[in-house]
Design a protein around this ligand. Sequence first.
Ligand SMILES: Cc1cc2nc3c(=O)[nH]c(=O)nc-3n(C[C@H](O)[C@H](O)[C@H](O)COP(=O)(O)O)c2cc1C
Ligand code: SF4
Ligand code: SF4
Length: 251
Amino acid sequence: MATIIYFSGSGNGFFLANEVAKATGANLVSLKNAPSVIEDEEVGFVFPNYCGDIPTFVFDKLKEMNFTGIKYCYFLLDAGLSDGFAKNTMQDLLKEKGITLNYYDLLCFSSNFFTTIVNVSQKKREKLNKRATDKLPLVIENIKNRISLPIKKKNGFLDFNKKIAYFFIVKFLRGERKIATSDCIGCGLCESLCPTHNIKISDGKAVFGNDCTYCYSCCHWCPTGAVKFGRITIKGLKQYRNPNVDSKDLI
Ligand SMILES: Cc1cc2nc3c(=O)[nH]c(=O)nc-3n(C[C@H](O)[C@H](O)[C@H](O)COP(=O)(O)O)c2cc1C
Ligand code: SF4
Ligand code: SF4
């Protein structure tokens, strides 16, 4: 048997994990609801690149999990542009648990990072997502053949890069200050989607806490574009959702 564990805010990762699961017969498990122990001989991970690494939510959750009986392990990183240190972080994390990462690949989609998607047309998004869909058959073939490839070590100042990126999101954009504008209709979708349970509906309106992993799920899926993320209200074309995914897939 095989299992794929994924984490996805705007749907790219879910789309990728789901396609691989359909082709390989693997069981799809959302990291948000994953059990603490996974017992399977083939385990795949599908996570996004946040600031050149895996999201902190993913890192913390994986640290707590245990895996038994793995004979083949792979990691697919979905990103807007490039991979950074995510593959090495995953390799080290898995090594601590006695697991060898056999295969890694990067698939680039249209980005959900709103600073990079302002004014990106629908047509451009389709073109960007085609990069990932075109690569998918090869990736699936590699997994089916249980291919093993060496994973290159990336050199650089990981923490430094990450700190700058988070400084930009949290301090410069004031990303920690999220509010629902008067457009909020209290539908509760953001509350159901949030991986850290950081949103509660109070008096018919979304109210945000301080435990955010910056997945942007609330911003991109809000039906009225009511989420104001720091200095930016993410509405209209600034919102990005993978076109093959429904919000229900991510709850
Ligand atoms: C906080 C944040 C940081 C990001 N940083 C990067 C990055 O450093 N490099 C990159 O290529 N993409 C970056 N992205 C884009 C995502 O990795 C990409 O859109 C991914 O496919 C989103 O997956 P999802 O749709 O499953 O949530 C970032 C996205 C977010 C939300
Ligand atoms: S998804 Fe949007 S409209 Fe619905 S509760 Fe959240 S902020 Fe309000
Ligand atoms: S508050 Fe929004 S951006 Fe932050 S973790 Fe929850 S859904 Fe993601």
